[in-house]
Design a protein around this ligand. Structure first.
Ligand code: NAG
Ligand code: NAG
Ligand code: NAG
Length: 326
């Protein structure tokens, strides 16, 4: 009982630490650079990327090959899930742990664990998903790199933080006595909100669980693990995709961005800053009717302070054809 209580205290303290790290501005002195997350964005509050690069200044155009050059029209992008399958939701968090399962492996001393410590429970499809199947999950990511089709996670509401965690990369370490190789680490992409997870716990994809633990989930689908944030960097393959949210109107549209190598901290369309919603879409309320056939100038600010600019010929989902340097 006492152990359990102190473990809970410890977890709360770690959760606070994790949240602090997640919310911390850039330039932390930690060995793994933790890029700043855009904070929660309640509707009506100023966009969290306000501290990011000024999107309106012409001087911060860096992505396009030549100043004033017209980028090629991006290819149409249609993220309809193959076969239209819906992924099963994350499982409820109540699970019984068999003896020896769910206990930290003895040979992993405290300092060998990663910064944030919790429980991972297997969820989602048994097989790798298609690049478009994560669109139905909490982050609405229209595309995920092949590198993450087996390795993706859903995080607790605290870590999800109004979708600020979406598209971020983690490494997860198996610290469980049931793991074939305690200490084994694997990268993963945050694609979902795990509503039944608390604190630093998460739901993890089936192939990730099997690979990390070296065992089938069977009746013991949860493990003790630890994790931290890593740069997505070259784990992200290809260019950024933009998904137009369904249900847009003359005065309101919203855009989802996926497959970015660095966190996107600000978005502007035709010079108007968008607001990041808890559904991970960036909302555009220009205050005048939107002509769906008119071109759009999109500016994306990365946490690296690089700004990407793309002109779309009209209002539609598109592969933007650009990527942040990482
Ligand atoms: C397990 O993960 C490692 C590291 O990410 C990867 O190289 C390997 O292909 C994976 N194996 C399977 C069977 O998914
Ligand atoms: C990713 O980048 C690192 C250097 O930062 C390089 O060593 C590694 O080979 C790259 N991996 C891939 C898959 O390109
Ligand atoms: C966006 O700005 C361009 C000029 O830069 C203009 O031609 C276009 O009509 C605008 N698009 C919308 C949807 O307002």
């Amino acid at each position: 009982m006492r152990r359990r209580g102190s473990a809970h205290l410890c977890r709360s303290a770690l959760l606070l630490l994790a949240l602090a790290a997640l919310a911390r501005a850039q330039g932390s002195g930690s060995p793994e650079p933790v890029p700043s997350l855009p904070g929660g964005t309640a509707a009506g509050s100023p966009p969290p990327g306000a501290a990011g690069p000024p999107l309106g200044l012409p001087s911060d155009a860096t992505a396009l090959p030549e100043e004033g050059a017209q980028p090629p029209a991006p290819a149409a992008f249609s993220p309809t899930p193959a076969g239209g399958t819906q992924l099963p939701p994350a499982p409820p968090s109540g699970f019984g742990l068999a003896p020896g399962i769910g206990a930290p492996a003895g040979k992993l001393a405290g300092e060998q664990r990663l910064a944030y410590q919790g429980t991972a429970t297997v969820a989602y499809s048994q097989t790798p998903i298609s690049p478009y199947q994560a669109v139905s999950l909490g982050c609405g990511l229209g595309y995920i790199s092949p590198t993450f089709q087996s390795d993706y996670v859903g995080v607790s509401p605290d870590i999800f933080h109004d979708a600020a965690a979406c598209g971020r990369c983690l490494r997860i370490q198996c610290d469980d006595a049931s793991c074939a190789n305690p200490g084994k680490q694997m990268p993963a992409l945050v694609v979902d909100l795990c509503g039944s997870c608390t604190g630093l716990d998460m739901s993890v994809s089936f192939p990730l669980f099997v690979n990390l633990t070296g065992r089938d989930p069977g009746p013991n689908p949860s493990i003790v693990m630890s994790w931290d944030l890593i740069p997505c960097g070259n784990l992200t393959v290809g260019t950024i995709k933009m998904l137009l949210k369904k249900g847009g109107q003359a005065f309101y549209q919203a855009f989802g961005f996926s497959n970015s190598a660095v966190p996107i901290v600000g978005v502007a369309v035709n010079g108007t800053r968008l607001q990041h919603g808890s559904d991970n879409y960036w909302q555009w309320n220009p205050g005048s009717p939107i002509d769906p056939l008119a071109p759009l100038d999109i500016a994306l600010a990365g946490s690296s302070r690089q700004v990407l600019r793309v002109r779309l010929p009209s209002l539609r989902s598109a592969d933007l054809g650009v990527q942040f340097k990482s």
